[in-house]
Design a protein. Structure first.
Length: 447
């Protein structure tokens, strides 16, 4: 069987107000053509179909038009699971209609039996069938439901996610094996989560940080930690993951992989290629070997970050204009510069005659590292409850007493860190005393 694994379309997404409708529609048209040209039997989309819980009518129309384009192709099986950006209810709303054309959607896990999330992907011959365990994004509350009451503290730091996900995927595997009806059948699964042991951009990431594409490193489901490859039992011949926006293996294994987004999702990943993944099952003598073949996604518009000293940026922009003079592919630039280069750079850019297809859409100042707490914007609805009171105080104090960019430019990193630590420590005891009093009153009321 020939299967396409893709994820993280984020339909409706924009970068710095750049309308991406044509780019997104072009990708979906291209994907339909790949499915036709390569006689693909099944499509698996591992979450984040849309960019928001309430996608625009235009984004929804693109999505349903794409699904309609598959009718009449060899692709008789479609599995779609919800991601953390999706509304599970919205995805599942037309399920009765979609299932009539063999499109199966699992937008959320709550209130479902596991056997209802196990699907048979039909091949041309009965022996080519594949069983798919369609696991969507699982939020913090649902993870705790599967934990049988165990909490983070009782399981130990960093072990909660592995323990609970291992239980979930083993339960799915058990039902998938039952669906095989005694046959030696290839079994695959989906997931939308943050796995450990990634290659490339997030390899070895050990601290919380938010990337330009909106993926917060180590922020998966609350602050519960990353999921290691042992949580995906060997009974799954392939696990199709979503959430990470570039193609990468988990623990260097072809068995557990992210396809990545087909689109640039932020200037941090504007210099990497994007892919969908073709899977071929039942290859050769090894029935359970799944052959993985990345397929590069074309560009329809280009996002490019230019960084360096002020003179380097000016030279790179001039070189780009010269080399791309005859190329009509739209190019949207981000200039990434130091604070002291700002006024000079703006003056130089004003004097450059840009062709119609090249435009600056983002001016980003390279900030100096400090001890500043991350913005609350780095937390989503599933992780906000895990913020410690000290972090809240730290963010509030620094938001009111922070240094200006001009002040930071004149200070060393050590001086900035010392100022911020002293400022936070000046106010922290008063806030924590108030917090303790409120907590004590709440406990007294409960008792």
């Amino acid at each position: 069987m020939k299967i396409i694994h893709t994820a993280d379309w984020h339909l409706g997404n924009s970068i710095h107000s750049v309308d991406r409708t044509i780019e997104q529609r072009s990708f979906l048209n291209w994907l339909t053509q790949v499915i036709k040209d390569q006689d693909i039997d099944a499509l698996v989309v591992a979450g984040d179909i849309f960019d928001t819980y309430s996608p625009s009518i235009a984004a929804q129309r693109m999505y349903y038009s794409f699904l309609a384009s598959l009718v009449g192709t060899n692709c008789r099986n479609v599995i779609i699971v919800g991601g953390n950006h999706d509304s599970g209810k919205l995805l599942e709303a037309p399920q009765e209609l979609l299932s009539a054309v063999n499109v199966h959607v699992v937008g959320r896990i709550e209130n479902k039996n596991i056997e209802d999330m196990i699907f048979t992907l039909k091949g041309n011959d009965a022996g080519d069938d594949v069983i798919c365990a369609a696991v969507p994004f699982i939020n913090d509350l649902e993870l705790r439901r599967f934990s049988d009451g165990a909490d983070i503290e009782s399981l130990g730091e960093g072990k909660f996610s592995d323990t609970v996900y291992s239980k979930i995927y083993n339960a799915f595997l058990e039902k998938a094996i039952e669906a095989c009806n005694g046959k030696d059948t290839t079994i695959i699964a989906t997931g939308h989560l943050y796995a450990a042991g990634l290659e490339g951009r997030y390899e070895g990431a050990e601290k919380e940080e938010k990337a330009d594409d909106g993926v917060a490193v180590l922020d998966v489901v609350g602050n519960l930690g990353k999921v290691h490859i042992d949580s995906f039992p060997e009974g799954f011949d392939y696990v199709a993951l979503g959430h990470i926006h570039y193609k990468t293996k988990v623990a260097k294994s072809n068995r557990v992989m992210y396809s990545g987004s087909p689109f640039v999702m932020g200037y941090d990943d504007s210099n990497i290629k994007h892919y969908i993944i073709r899977l071929d099952t039942n290859d050769g003598d090894d029935k359970h070997k799944v052959v993985v073949t990345p397929i590069e996604v074309p560009e329809w518009i280009r996002f490019k970050r230019i960084e360096g000293s002020r003179d380097e940026i000016v030279n790179k922009v001039n070189t780009l204009i010269t080399s791309e003079e005859e190329n009509e592919l739209p190019i949207y630039l981000e200039l990434y510069y130091s604070p002291e280069d700002g006024s000079y750079l703006q003056e130089k850019m004003d004097g450059i005659a840009f062709p119609d297809h090249i435009r600056i859409v983002s001016w980003k100042i390279r900030k100096k590292e400090g001890v500043s707490a991350p913005s609350f914007g780095d937390y989503d609805i599933h992780s906000i409850q895990n913020i410690e009171p000290e972090d809240v105080v730290k963010q509030l104090v620094l938001s009111k007493c922070s240094l200006s960019e001009e002040q930071k430019a004149e200070m060393s990193d050590e001086e900035i860190s010392k100022y911020e630590e002293e400022t936070v420590n000046k106010y922290l005891p008063y806030f924590m005393k108030a917090f303790d009093l409120v907590s004590k009153e709440e406990n007294d009321e409960d008792n």
